[in-house]
Ligand binder design. Sequence first.
Ligand SMILES: Cc1cc2nc3c(=O)[nH]c(=O)nc-3n(C[C@H](O)[C@H](O)[C@H](O)COP(=O)(O)OP(=O)(O)OC[C@H]3O[C@@H](n4cnc5c(N)ncnc54)[C@H](O)[C@@H]3O)c2cc1C
Length: 314
Amino acid sequence: MDDGTAGSGSPTLERWLTGPRFAALPTRNAAQQPPLLSFEFFPPKTEALEQQLWTCIRRLEPLGPRFVSVTYGAGGTTRQRTHATVARIVQETALIPAAHLTCVGATCTEVDEVARQYWDAGVRHIVALRGDPPPGEIYCAHPEGYAYAADLVAGLKRVAPFEISVAAYPELHPQAQSRMADLDNLKRKLDAGANRAITNFFFDGSVFLRFLDLCLAAGITAPVVPGIMPVTNLAGLRRMSALSGASIPEWLAHMFEGLDDDPDTRRMVAAVVAAEQVRLLQANGIDEFHFYTLNRPELTYAISHILGVRSRLA
Ligand SMILES: Cc1cc2nc3c(=O)[nH]c(=O)nc-3n(C[C@H](O)[C@H](O)[C@H](O)COP(=O)(O)OP(=O)(O)OC[C@H]3O[C@@H](n4cnc5c(N)ncnc54)[C@H](O)[C@@H]3O)c2cc1C
């Protein structure tokens, strides 16, 4: 039997002697502080999706996230649904909600009014975004509206002392004039009163860690929280990536190759991919994570568990 160590011609021995060696990622134990988490949901369109969302919220609630956020549809199309979902979270759960709010297609007065309604309903945290226009259209600021997210942050601070999160792009926003212009924009948003940045999703940890270096060099000291997207559907991911400027590495496409009709294996592969990603970030000192749950709890729950977070019901 050839056990791979037999002679100098063994490819295994050759690889061991000459190739790079990888140490294991550090293991964690119960004595270490678990990271801070936040979870993102989208407002449901149908009764069935509403039930799916609430199953997801109830499953993730015992993990004690710092906040949960609810998105605002492209072009402001989900205004009522976002509001209804956030209001139900306030009324029926112990979770702290954050409402996404965008500048698109509304005057400053209208946006301020929505913000005021949130404040009156007990919502203290807004994720302030420029937003995207409806599919196929080019962004054009409303003549009487907030043009960019930095303007919206300043406007929200005039309405009430909200906690505010803003968006950041480790791989550059698709419409940014340059890397420096995009970093200046992020700094403007934070200087206008935002408390933290949450990043667009990405898959290579080094992309995020390099971005942190650039933020620090640009004088950004507020928390920059990595946005983690547990992926099970590559086709859906490709559509989102095209819009948001996040790249899909070749290795990721390779991971899902041949699994189009095999959802069970896809889910297991997805768990491994996301677990590796967050463990690498954790090993590099990252202790806050924002999960794009897509209203499905399983992967987010499993990955949070791997990161050291435990149910408060246990
Ligand atoms: C965590 C997160 C959550 C999101 N949630 C939603 C959501 O709920 N609903 C939704 O519709 N979209 C959402 N998005 C997507 C986001 O709305 C889009 O990416 C949008 O295109 C940019 O929004 P922003 O807030 O980053 O814009 P901004 O920060 O305003 O930047 C937009 C672009 O304009 C440039 N820019 C900024 N200021 C100026 C200026 N003065 N002159 C010239 N250029 C300028 C920036 O460099 C950037 O390229 C989310 C994104 C993230 C990362």
